[in-house]
Design a protein around this ligand. Structure first.
Ligand code: PMP
Length: 442
């Protein structure tokens, strides 16, 4: 029988976004999780400063969520989502609309962030076509944007390493510049001060280049997560909204990370006071317990599809596992947990301030050139050498794991997003370990 805690052969599983050859020499295996901690296969309790992968917002192993999944599995394992329904899918959609930014009244279910992005892009294209503007096919993303790994998302994404192996991907895509201005905005708390409007005005340049009549949508993460917690400067998102409105371009916020309380508000749209036309979400919708994604659209978009020719299915798109019963059960229990414990706004209160001060206390730690934070997310950027990324951040990740702390890294950036149930003593522990590891990396 397989020893679950110590598999003796690691070869068969081709691990995603992982240095397989290195990992398999020195594997890091997690076997259990509860609240703020993982347990490793060698029995250590590791403090989770990343909410798994930005998804376990209410902390691990929450009984209400676990029980809801177990009960649903026993009651009805699966129901086909095409031309059939089940009550929990409608209930979860209603719950989600309740907490969504005003006007985002309809939800399409997917199984991941990547699928939410593909779905949102297809909704944008189809919406224009239904309205008789089928020439609007161009999509605009942003440098350093991450929108998952499927073709559309990779194309609108702005991470060279994720794109360069795959040829031309999807045609008709252009990119805005990223919003990270470390020379002007280093050590910002919350939204950086400088450069927002100018950065957003580059959208006008792209409109001038391609003509508005060819552009379907702009997609951005309100805060770029995977590429290092890049918080847009003040005024940036407002200005993007204005330019999109002026030219009839749809604005999509990819809130796969920022949704469900990460910034101290239910969605980033609330934090920045800017409502997009479409929101993509995933991760926190089920607290990471069952794969699920969701795409929110504003009423006008849904109504446009619903007033099309009646003999057609309104939107030729969907997944076998859209609104999967287990995911819906997990989602409803997750929404109840967030609500009962006030988790979606916790990051904008005292604990968010404590997080901010604690992170910024590392300003004088070795190699640190920037620290930034908003809500319960934050990043520490280390100095590159001759403009090239170093291995310091990854080395800090390895050393932190040895010291029973889980963080994430990308290039020279350490990123953290603790579960929203985090307490001050956890934050103290995170900062103490980070200081130790930063002092010990070369
Ligand atoms: N969009 C954003 C903003 C993300 O952060 C992610 C995942 N980190 C995705 C899309 C893709 O989500 P998934 O890995 O669930 O496909």
């Amino acid at each position: 029988m397989l020893d679950r805690a110590r598999p003796n052969d690691l070869r068969a599983f081709w691990m995603p976004f992982t240095a397989n050859r290195q990992f398999k020499q020195a594997p890091r295996l997690l076997v259990a999780a509860k609240d703020m901690h993982y347990t490793t296969d060698d029995g250590r309790m590791v403090l989770d400063a990343t909410s798994g992968l930005w998804c376990v917002n209410a902390g691990h192993g929450r009984p209400k969520i676990t029980q809801a999944i177990q009960q649903q599995a026993a009651e009805m394992d699966y129901a086909p989502p095409f031309q059939m329904g089940h009550p929990l899918a409608f209930e979860l959609a209603n719950r989600l609309v309740e907490i969504a930014p005003k006007g985002m009244d309809h939800v399409f279910f997917t199984n991941s962030g990547s699928e939410s992005v593909e779905t949102a892009l297809k909704i944008a294209l189809a919406y224009h076509r239904v309205r008789g503007e089928g020439a609007r096919t161009r999509l605009i993303g942003r440098e350093r944007g991450y929108h998952g790994v499927n073709f559309g998302g990779t194309a609108v994404g702005g991470i060279v390493g994720n794109r360069k192996m795959y040829g031309t991907l999807v045609g008709g895509v252009d990119h805005l510049p990223h919003t990270h201005l470390p020379d002007r905005n280093a050590f910002s708390r919350g939204e950086p001060e400088h450069g927002g409007e100018d950065l957003a005005n580059t959208l006008e340049r792209l409109v001038g280049l391609h003509d508005a009549s060819t552009i379907a949508a702009v997609i951005v993460e309100p805060v770029a997560g995977s590429t290092g917690v890049l918080i847009p400067p003040k005024g940036y998102l407002q200005r993007l909204r204005e330019i999109c409105d002026k030219h009839g371009i749809l604005l999509i916020f990819d809130e796969v990370i920022t949704g469900f309380g990460r910034l101290g508000t239910p969605f980033a749209a609330d934090a920045f006071g800017v409502t997009p036309d479409i929101i993509t979400a995933a991760k926190g919708v089920t607290n990471g317990a069952v794969p699920m994604g969701a795409v929110f659209v504003k009423k006008e978009i849904y109504d446009t599809f619903m007033t099309g020719p009646e003999h057609l299915i309104e939107f030729a798109h969907g997944y076998t596992y859209s609104a999967h019963p287990l995911a819906c059960a997990a989602g409803v229990a997750t929404m109840e947990t967030y609500k009962d414990e006030g988790l979606l706004t916790r990051g904008s209160g005292e604990i968010g301030k404590y997080w901010e001060d604690a992170l910024h206390s590392l300003k004088d730690a070795p190699h640190v050139i920037d620290i930034r934070n908003i809500g319960l997310v934050g990043a520490i950027e280390l100095e590159p050498i001759d403009g090239q990324p170093t291995k310091r951040a990854f080395s800090a990740f390895l050393k932190a794991f040895e010291k029973n702390l889980l963080i994430r890294t990308t290039g020279d950036i350490i990123a953290m997003s603790p579960p929203l149930i985090v307490e001050k003593e956890h934050i103290d522990q995170i900062v103490t370990i980070l200081r130790e590891v930063l002092t010990s990396v070369e």
